[in-house]
Write a new protein. Structure first.
Length: 138
C-alpha cells in the first residue's frame, strides 16, 4: 500500500468518526529537523569531497589538495564560528580520523562505561553534537 493510499485510508476513518469532510496536511519540518538535514548533508558532502581528493591522489597521482585547501579552510572556519571546540573535535574526527589509511574503522567508546558510542552515520554525529550543546547550555 502506497503512502497516498495509507493517508486516504486514515482520512476516511477521520471523516467517518467526525461525520464530516476533513483534510490532512503534511507536517512542515521543524527548525531542528531542518538544521539536522543541513548538518548531515554537509558531513556527507565533505566526506565525499575528501574521498574524491584522496582518490585522485592515490589512483591518478593528481594532488588536488593545494586546490581544495582554501575551500576546506573556509568550511573549517565556518564550523569554528558555529560549534564549540568539543563539537568541532567530534566533527573533525568523523570526517578525517575515523577511517584509518589501512581501512580500519575506529570506534568511539565511553571512558567510564567502555560502551561503544554510535558514530557510523552523520545522524549519529548530529546526536553527539547536540548532546555537547545541551551540556554547554546547562
Amino acid at each position: 500500500m502506497s503512502k497516498k493510499d495509507k493517508v486516504n485510508k486514515i482520512k476516511s476513518y477521520i471523516d467517518d468518526i467526525l461525520g464530516a469532510k476533513s483534510s490532512l496536511k503534511e507536517k512542515l519540518p521543524s527548525k531542528i529537523s531542518y538544521k539536522k538535514d543541513l548538518f548531515c548533508n554537509m558531513l556527507r558532502d565533505l566526506q565525499f569531497a575528501n574521498d574524491r581528493t584522496m582518490g585522485m591522489k592515490h589512483d591518478y597521482r593528481i594532488n588536488m589538495m593545494d586546490y581544495d585547501d582554501p575551500f576546506y579552510t573556509a568550511i573549517e572556519n565556518l564550523i569554528k564560528l558555529h560549534f564549540t571546540p568539543e563539537q568541532q573535535n567530534i566533527i573533525n574526527w568523523w570526517l578525517y580520523d575515523k577511517i584509518l589509511p589501512t581501512g580500519e574503522i575506529l570506534l568511539l567508546t565511553n571512558k567510564d562505561t567502555e560502551e561503544v558510542i554510535p558514530s557510523e552515520t552523520p545522524e549519529d554525529i548530529w546526536d553527539l553534537v547536540q548532546e555537547h550543546e545541551k551540556k554547554n547550555t546547562k
